[in-house]
Design a protein around this ligand. Sequence first.
Ligand SMILES: Nc1ncnc2c1ncn2[C@@H]1O[C@H](COP(=O)(O)OP(=O)(O)OP(=O)(O)O)[C@@H](O)[C@H]1O
Ligand SMILES: [Mg+2]
Length: 263
Amino acid sequence: MSTEGVRIRIAGVGKEFGALRVFQNIDLEIGEREIVSIVGPSGCGKTTLLRCIDGLVKPTEGEIRIDGTAVTGPPRGVAVVFQHFGLFPWKTVYENVAYGLRLAKAPKEHIRESVPRHIELVGLKGFEKAYPYQLSGGMQQRTGLARALATDPHVLLMDEPFASIDAQTREILQFELLRIWESRPMSMVFVTHSIEEAVLMGDRVVVLRGRPSSVHEVIETGLPRPRTRDVLSSPRFNEVRDHVWSRLMHEAEQAERELQEVR
Ligand SMILES: Nc1ncnc2c1ncn2[C@@H]1O[C@H](COP(=O)(O)OP(=O)(O)OP(=O)(O)O)[C@@H](O)[C@H]1O
Ligand SMILES: [Mg+2]
C-alpha cells in the first residue's frame, strides 16, 4: 500500500451473471496515489471488476467504497479508458475530449481552457478538428486518455488501454502516462494482458485466478518512481516479471488439465 490513505476499498466483492459466477471474495484496497495493475486470463472478470468500481455493474455481493462512500452508481471523479478506444466516430478530437466535461455540466470557460490543455498534454495539438477515422490507433488512444484526464479524475480506470497499439507507440504511451501520473495525484487501476506492462506501471500487481476467479496473489513491484526506461533492464523488474509470469502459467496449465479431464 502506498504512503497515503486508501481511496478505493473493495470488500468481499463477487459478481454473478445468471448462473455464471465470474469472481468472488475480492478484497483489495487501492491508495490515493497508487497504481495497481490487474492481470488474469481472458474472461476472469477484469473488465467486470472495473465496471463495478465505476458503478456501471452492481456486484452480487460485497461492497466498493471510494473515499468512504459506497458506490451505487457512476461516482464523481472516476474516469475510464476503455479496452476499445470508445470514441464517438462522429465527433472531432476536440468534441470527444470535451465529452466528459459536457456530461458533467462543466462551465463553458472551463471546457475552453481544459480541452486544449489536455489535447496538448497527450501530444495531439493540431488534430483538434480531426475525426477518429483520420487518426492512427495510437492517436485514438491518446484522445481517449485526454478525454479521461480532462475531467480531472482522482480515480483512473484503465482497461487494456494500449492493447491494440503497436509495440513502439505502446512504450511511448506507457512512459507518457507515467509522466502525467507523476504530475497529478491519482489512484489508478490498470488492467492489462501484458505482464511487462503490469510490472512497469504498477506499485502492485494483482493476479486473478480460478473459475470463479479471486485474488490469487498481490505482488509489490518495489520499483523506484519516477519510472524511467532503465527500470526495464533492472534485475528487480526481471525478477517480478518472471514471478508474475510463473503465476499465470500455472493458471494456464491448470485450465489445460481441466480441459483434458472433460475430454
Ligand atoms: N453483461 C454481461 N452479461 C452476461 N455475462 C457477462 C456480461 N459481462 C461480462 N460477462 C461475462 O463475464 C465474464 C467476465 O467477462 P469480462 O469481460 O469481465 O472478462 P475479462 O477478464 O475482462 O476478459 P478479457 O481479458 O478478454 O477482456 C465472461 O465470461 C463474460 O462472458
Ligand atoms: Mg476485459
